[in-house]
Design a protein around this ligand. Structure first.
Ligand code: BGC
Length: 750
């Protein structure tokens, strides 16, 4: 396809018209040149293709599709292959419905547990978020269907999402918020990127050249097109100049006319428009659904439902399991309580809302158990219904165990607004506390898209975090309760004890105009670790019905250069009686700091399946980036030379084996010595040290540095030593009576 030739044959109007949509979801065709229209539809965890009436808020119904677990759940699987398989299955539904681009996945960071859209996003950790995002995209794009990586970038809240400015420093932006996008763009070559609604440091993401061109294209090599979030365009020309190619949805031609006029009146170089059209056309021709695709990737909804159940099972996190309360297989009489048992909450609200073609509630599998059911509370109310409560209590006290299905109702979390607090509805908390008073064997199953406070955590024996697990979540939960599936999910975000503990607490959601990310890189466990704060459940936590032993950590280089790749291996053995899967997590902890850094950061993970008694060697590869921080002054990723501890374990708070290695940068940072360099800086440099030695005799302060006579101790010695170490060389003159000039310095350092 000669795209340049096609563009050369287009009129100015045709070119401008291609830069915005025809409808809410479709691009414009140009029939005379054989340019097709393509259809874009939400995702991300299933297909949302609207039928007749369209909107981007999830108001009107879409065609029935498989509702897979949402991002909050899939991240907890820590299983890239499985997520890629899910992506591929979603793509088969796109192909069957002639959808060229799936609008997702979203990979914004879970900065606060309150963000209304956290259920759609993956993690508080950029490494995990990046890997899961890339896997999802690879799975979808393997079939030829495109994706739209969103929302680029720094869009971590719903409050004033269309106008607010996220104020974030460069290091934090790079290390935390850009990192998952970077990984996905580089690793999975996403076809399109969707810019976010908000401003970043005062400039709308939709017209931010630094983000859309300098970083995305020039640094990361993105070669698809950038599409606006629906209605995110503020100034069309500024957007086009910055690198925003396609505006969505349709504008009724208003902005197309602005582009045409700008070219005519010399305000916009036509070559910029041509380049945008070329980028749009490349993706259009690459993703238009073909007969061959339909034949190669046939739709099988039953198979997708099975996969939805499998994925949901892999995502469930067993938070607590005292006295091996679960699985329930051997228990005689069970009381199931809570309306979520018959009406599971499977997904969040807003543009990602899928119309599931079937839903399996947990109560469909009640026959597996000797059990009965009481509603206990109404999902649609926060108030206790005393009759329902009394009935549930009675049933619970007459049973051997009570399993309570609780969680957040739809109205508690959705696109469009943020949560106001981290609590569950009062009636549910009361129900759990009341039942726990008379029934010692309580299990709580949670359906929620983000962390909740658990005032009853010590009163129940087991807690199963089912997240928003998609259409088959009910069946998947029963698989876990019965032991048919051994839980293997791990938390992709910390559950703090209380909202106030969260690092963003003082700066969420900001004011009318801006939100400042003042906690910097200390997001999630990076903060709780550094502050040594207790949490409810830590990042990476998740139990199993078996136990794993970690041993024999090895590295292929104990002393490495920062240009080397380092192989780390560790042995993991299933020492229990049943098959299980373990997510082996590798964290890197710097032992020195030239800038303040997190205690440790996730830099590798692998999910391994082990039969009872079996063991495997798990291998990770680390590179420069695994050890680096972003040096905003130098505008580069940088490594401090020194010792790093490699920590491998079962959660961020359950490190089982560790090993130190030393890394030396090939190009260490050399601060040039100036009159403002300190004595310490000089001492770290051969010529500088010689210079200090030379002037020492003139400076009583320097002469005394580090000296203390045992027989005649000088009480000022430590102070003098400390002060002179950090004294700029220019100031030494004041204390030595000898003025140190630039000329002297130049001469000495020559
Ligand atoms: C959302 C996007 C979504 C788009 C189209 C916007 O409101 O932020 O995530 O893809 O609508 O529905």
């Amino acid at each position: 396809m000669d795209i340049k030739k096609i563009v050369s044959e287009m009129t100015l109007q045709e070119k401008a018209s291609l830069c915005s949509g025809m409808t809410s979801w479709e691009t414009k065709p140009v029939a005379r040149l054989g340019i097709p229209s393509i259809f874009m539809a939400d995702g991300p965890h299933g297909l949302r293709k609207q039928k007749a009436q369209t909107d981007h808020l999830g108001l009107f119904e879409s065609i029935p599709a498989t509702c897979f677990p949402a991002g909050c759940a899939t991240a907890s699987s820590f299983d890239e292959e499985l997520i890629a398989e899910m992506g591929k299955a979603i793509a088969t539904e796109c192909i069957a419905s002639d959808v060229s681009i799936l609008l997702g996945p979203g990979t914004n960071i879970k900065r606060s547990p309150l963000c209304g859209r956290n259920f759609e996003y993956f993690s508080e950790d950029p490494y995990l978020a990046g890997k899961m995002t890339a896997a999802h995209i690879k799975g979808v794009q393997e079939t030829g269907v495109g994706t739209s990586l969103k929302h680029y970038v720094a869009n971590e809240q719903e409050t004033f999402r269309m106008t607010i400015s996220t104020e974030v420093d460069e290091r934090t932006l790079r290390e935390i918020y850009l990192a998952p996008f970077e990984e996905a763009v580089k690793e999975s070559k996403t076809t399109t990127v969707m810019c976010s609604y908000n401003k970043v440091n005062g400039v709308y993401a939709s017209e931010n050249k630094y983000l859309l061109t300098d970083i995305l294209r020039d640094e990361w090599g993105f070669d698809g097109f950038v599409v606006s979030d629906w209605g995110a365009v503020n100034n069309r020309l500024r957007g086009l100049l910055a690198g925003l190619e396609l505006e969505m949805p349709a504008t009724g031609g208003v902005n197309d006319a602005i582009i045409v006029a700008a070219v005519k009146y010399g305000k916009l170089d036509e070559s910029i428009l041509d380049r945008a059209v070329e980028r749009i056309l490349k993706v259009t021709f690459d993703t238009v659904v073909t007969k061959e695709q339909k034949a190669k990737y046939p739709l099988d909804l039953n198979q997708n439902n099975k996969l939805a159940r499998q994925v949901a099972g892999e995502c469930i996190v067993l938070l607590k399991n005292e006295d091996n309360m679960l699985p329930l297989a051997k228990i005689k009489k069970i009381a199931f309580v809570g309306e979520f048992f018959e009406k599971p909450r499977i997904q969040g609200g807003g543009s990602s809302h899928i119309n599931p073609y079937r839903v399996t509630p947990a109560n469909e599998s009640i026959g597996l158990f000797n059990a009965s059911y009481a509603k206990g509370f109404l999902i649609d109310s926060d108030d206790t219904d005393n009759e329902l409560l009394a009935e549930a209590k009675k049933l619970a006290s007459e049973s051997d165990v009570c399993v309570i299905f609780a969680g957040l109702p739809d109205r508690y979390e959705s696109e469009g607004y943020d949560r106001k607090h981290m609590g569950m509805p009062a009636n549910q908390n009361e129900l759990i506390a009341e039942i726990a008073k008379t029934q010692p064997n309580c299990v709580v199953v949670l359906h929620n898209g983000s962390p909740v406070e658990m005032p009853w955590v010590n009163d129940v024996k087991a807690i199963v975090e089912a997240h928003l697990g998609g259409q088959a979540t009910g069946a998947a939960v029963m698989d876990i309760l019965s032991g048919a599936v051994n839980p293997s999910g791990k938390l992709a975000e910390t559950f703090p004890l209380r909202l106030q503990d969260n690092p963003s607490h003082l700066n969420f959601p900001g004011d009318r105009d801006k939100v400042e990310y003042r906690e910097g890189v200390f997001v999630g466990y990076r903060y709780y670790d550094k502050k040594e704060m207790p949490v409810l459940f830590p990042f990476g936590h998740g139990l199993s019905y078996t136990n794993f032993k970690y041993f024999g950590i090895n590295v292929d280089k104990v002393n490495a250069l920062d240009t080397d790749t380092i192989k780390v291996s560790v042995n993991v053995k299933n020492i229990g009686n049943v098959l299980g899967k373990e997510v082996v997590q590798l964290y890197v902890a710097p032992k020195m700091e030239s800038v303040v850094r997190p205690v440790k950061e996730l830099k590798g993970f692998k999910k391994v399946s082990l039969n009872a008694g079996a063991e495997k060697t798990v291998t990770f590869t680390l590179d420069k980036r695994s050890f680096a921080f972003y040096d905003a002054n130098r505008k580069e990723w940088r490594i401090d030379g020194g010792t790093y501890t490699l920590m491998v374990g079962s959660s961020s708070q359950d490190i089982r084996v560790e090993r130190d290695i030393t890394i030396t940068p090939v190009k260490p940072v050399i601060r040039p010595l100036t009159l403002n360099s300190t004595v310490m800086d000089f001492m770290g440099d051969a010529k500088g040290a010689a210079f200090i030695e030379k002037i020492k005799s003139d400076s009583p302060m320097l002469a005394n540095m580090g000296k203390n006579d045992e027989n005649n101790p000088n009480p000022m010695a430590d102070m003098i030593a400390a002060m002179s170490k950090e004294m700029p060389i220019r100031a030494l003159g004041m204390f030595s009576g000898k003025h140190i000039t630039q000329a002297m310095l130049d001469e000495a350092l020559k």
